[in-house]
Design a protein around this ligand. Structure first.
Ligand code: NAI
Length: 690
């Protein structure tokens, strides 16, 4: 049996060391021996004070989330029991914190009488990111150590603070100098003989005693939560900490935790947490595949995407040369980059020094020779196969052997692009999302001939630049855009039959998407799709008529809506235009229900996801969920389209798709065999609904 808990005596101080690699999660097999040792030390008269420290790279960095939703999670001794035992031990207990004291780890530390921290350690309560709130006194103890406003910000954002700030705020009593455990032992010695004051006996407070400000903050959190329960519940728990007796607030917190942990939103958010880790495992890419080093990168095209990609790389510490066709295009691109960084500086999220450092990593060029020493070159030029092939042909001539040649194409065939070079094994799709310096998703498109170490390098790159990677196979639109096309396919028909853009958009925003498809098109510009349709010889009666009326979206002040600045207003002209098109098509308009809109947009999205799984374009359903949450604004509380489909019930989805297929005969409703089989056998997409 590994020794999860050991005790060492230093004179009359007992040092307990917890050792549960890799991150000292507070699992039952750790809690049991810890509880037993605490009882022994409590009853041992030769022990005057106790230090709780951790082995390995961190203090307890949280509860064991694999226990959530299982019987082990709350099993005694649970964290609440252990916190209560520490507080009433009658001898000073000092937490010695290094690495990350997160979640249950910080709750444990806050139940101790004192905290000594390594200067580099981080302290936080990230539960809200899993759709939860701290469930073992975190919301009740933190406002007794730091001002309630600070506690509220930490608990509702889930973001940690550093040890030095924690000391200023009152969360930490001392910062260690030199060896942490030695410092904690010295601190404990200095407190021997004092009657330790438990955190629960302190008073929760707001700065300046103004409760009104706190209520304002809670209102703000509620507004920003956009339907997520956890941040609101966490904010209310902080309010309880101020207004209720300690034990009542603790009980209320626990009840809320139990409600949230059993709810769909937290299950969805935990699903996404595991999905991110899972997505790093790519079939055929084992740990033995070594990524290629990326020291210098090139980006071709300084437009919307090229500029954002260059920023994303520079933010991750990589030197970037941006290539354009003219000095004017280069100047324009760099102007936008500078403006974007300046906006971050004025928002306070970036310092001037950091901005200068990042800008310093960027250089411009007009000649391909400037890219000859790059380890990675990402192309973000116009979306046209002939242009892409021309660029890759040039790259093939100048790039050094072993350089990775990537395309940011949204739809085009990566195999065909690769075949235009003499080194298809070095070619990969790196599909960023707009704005590329902000959006988290990086879709890595694996060509037929892409070498395993190119995929491994792309995964490593995504981590270095803080992106969430999903690997996709080659098909038109890959995972994300192919599914989006299925989601949008019925828009025109719904409008012809009786729906209006504002109704459809509202169904989407009620669902939790940040924007509906029509508001989104107005933002992106309607003329792009129109030009594409014309090039392909396709028509779309209503959308074409909108463009013919000179309505290209926000940039012309009119599109599917009328704009007053950025504010969209319903435009009677659009209503009339749509009604006229129905008449022209001989369609009698009828009331279209919100449910029908969902069935004809969201269900095809799920169905296309199933087809993508069948074709092995995505390795697993959770990869699709990850792509949709991080690249398309799918509401995080619903866990992604495939997880959500399980919640709705696959039988129900298949029945609706069949009904619409019978009515319209259209391909988007043709049920994928995988989806049908799962529905018929009671299966589900989410392998791990915790
Ligand atoms: P854009 O039109 O804003 O920028 C393209 C830039 O490439 C222009 O500045 C142009 O001067 C430059 N360029 C064109 N041909 C060139 C060449 N041969 N050599 C050097 N520079 C050249 O286009 P955007 O939106 O940035 O799209 C670029 C690529 O990214 C396309 O393949 C597009 O499908 C893809 N993409 C676009 C997204 C978006 O939301 N805009 C999202 C994801 C991918």
């Amino acid at each position: 049996m590994p020794e999860y808990v050991t005790v060492e005596r230093r004179g009359d101080i007992a040092v307990i060391t917890l050792d549960n690699p890799p991150v000292n999660a507070f699992s039952l097999h750790l809690r049991e021996p810890l509880n037993a040792e605490l009882v022994k030390l409590r009853d041992d008269a030769s022990v005057a004070a106790i230090v709780i420290a951790c082995a390995g790279r961190t203090f307890v960095s949280g509860a064991d989330i694999t226990e959530f939703g299982t019987s082990r999670s709350g099993q005694s001794p649970n964290l609440i029991d252990i916190c209560a035992m520490i507080e009433t031990l009658g001898k000073p207990v000092v937490a010695a914190i290094h690495g990350t004291a997160f979640g249950g780890g910080l709750e444990l530390a806050m139940a101790c009488h004192y905290r000594v921290a390594d200067p580099k350690s981080l302290l936080g309560l990230p539960e809200v990111k899993l759709g939860l709130l701290p469930g073992a006194g975190g919301t009740v103890r933190l406002p007794r150590l730091v001002p309630a406003e600070k506690a509220l910000a930490m608990i509702t954002s889930g973001n940690p603070i550093g040890a030095v700030e924690a000391k200023t705020e009152g969360l930490v009593d001392a910062i260690s100098e030199g060896n942490l455990v030695d410092s904690a032992v010295a601190f404990a010695k200095s407190r021997i003989g004092e009657k330790p004051v438990a955190v629960r006996e302190r008073e929760a407070r707001v700065s300046g005693g103004s409760y009104g400000a706190l209520d304002g903050l809670i209102e703000e959190v509620t507004k920003k939560a956009r339907g997520l329960e956890a941040p609101v519940a966490a904010a209310n728990a902080v309010r309880n900490a101020l207004r209720m007796p300690f034990d009542a607030a603790l009980k209320a917190e626990r009840e809320t935790f139990l409600r949230l942990v059993a709810g769909d939103q937290s299950r969805a958010q935990r699903h996404i947490f595991f999905a991110e880790r899972e997505a790093q495992k790519v079939p055929g890419i084992g740990k033995d595949v070594t990524p290629r080093p990326i020291r210098k990168a090139g980006v071709i095209g300084a437009g919307t995407m090229g500029g954002g990609i260059a920023m994303a790389l520079a933010n991750g510490g990589i030197a970037v040369t941006v290539l354009e066709m003219s000095q004017a295009a280069l100047d324009k691109g760099f102007g936008v980059i500078d403006k974007n960084y300046a906006a971050s500086v004025s928002r306070g999220s970036l310092t001037e020094a950091k901005k200068a450092e990042r800008m310093g990593r960027l250089s411009g060029a007009l000649d391909y020779a400037a890219l000859a020493d790059c380890d990675l070159i990402i192309e973000a030029v116009f979306e046209e196969m002939s242009v892409k092939k021309d660029v890759f042909g040039k790259l093939d001539k100048i790039a050094r052997p072993g350089a990775i040649l990537a395309t940011n194409t949204s739809y085009l065939d990566v195999n065909e692009i690769a075949a235009s070079t003499s080194r298809p094994q070095d070619v990969v799709g790196l599909h960023f999302f707009s704005p590329a310096n902000v959006m988290k998703l990086l879709e890595i498109v694996r060509g037929e001939k892409t070498a395993p170490d190119v995929i491994a390098t792309s995964l490593a790159l995504s981590r270095q630049i803080g992106k969430v990677a999903v690997v996709a196979g080659v098909c038109h639109g890959f995972i994300g855009n192919r599914m989006l096309a299925a989601r949008s396919a019925e828009g025109e028909a719904l409008m012809l039959e009786g729906a209006l853009p504002a109704q459809i958009d509202k169904v989407f925003t009620d669902f939790g998407w940040p924007m509906g498809p029509f508001a989104m098109s107005d933002l992106a510009g309607l003329d792009i799709g129109w030009r594409n349709r014309k090039a392909l010889g396709k028509t779309s009666a209503i959308a074409d008529a909108v463009c013919e009326a000179g309505r290209y979206g926000q940039k012309t002040g009119k599109g599917w809506y009328r704009y007053d600045g950025r504010k969209a207003e319903i435009d009677p002209e659009i209503t009339a235009l749509i009604e006229a098109e129905s008449k022209k098509a001989g369609v009698t308009r009828r009331a279209v229900s919100d449910e029908e809109i969902t069935e004809r947009t969201m269900y095809p999205l799920v169905n296309e996801g199933a087809k993508i799984l069948e074709e092995k374009i995505a390795a697993r359903p959770s990869d699709i969920d990850l792509a949709y949450i991080n690249g398309y604004g799918f509401p995080v509380g619903k866990g992604g389209p495939m997880f959500w489909a399980d919640l709705v019930g696959l039988k129900k989805i298949v029945a609706a798709l069949d009904k619409w297929h019978d009515k319209t005969g259209r391909d988007v409703f043709r049920v994928s065999p995988l989806l049908r089989r799962l529905a018929e056998t009671g299966g589900s997409f989410s392998a791990r609904p915790a």
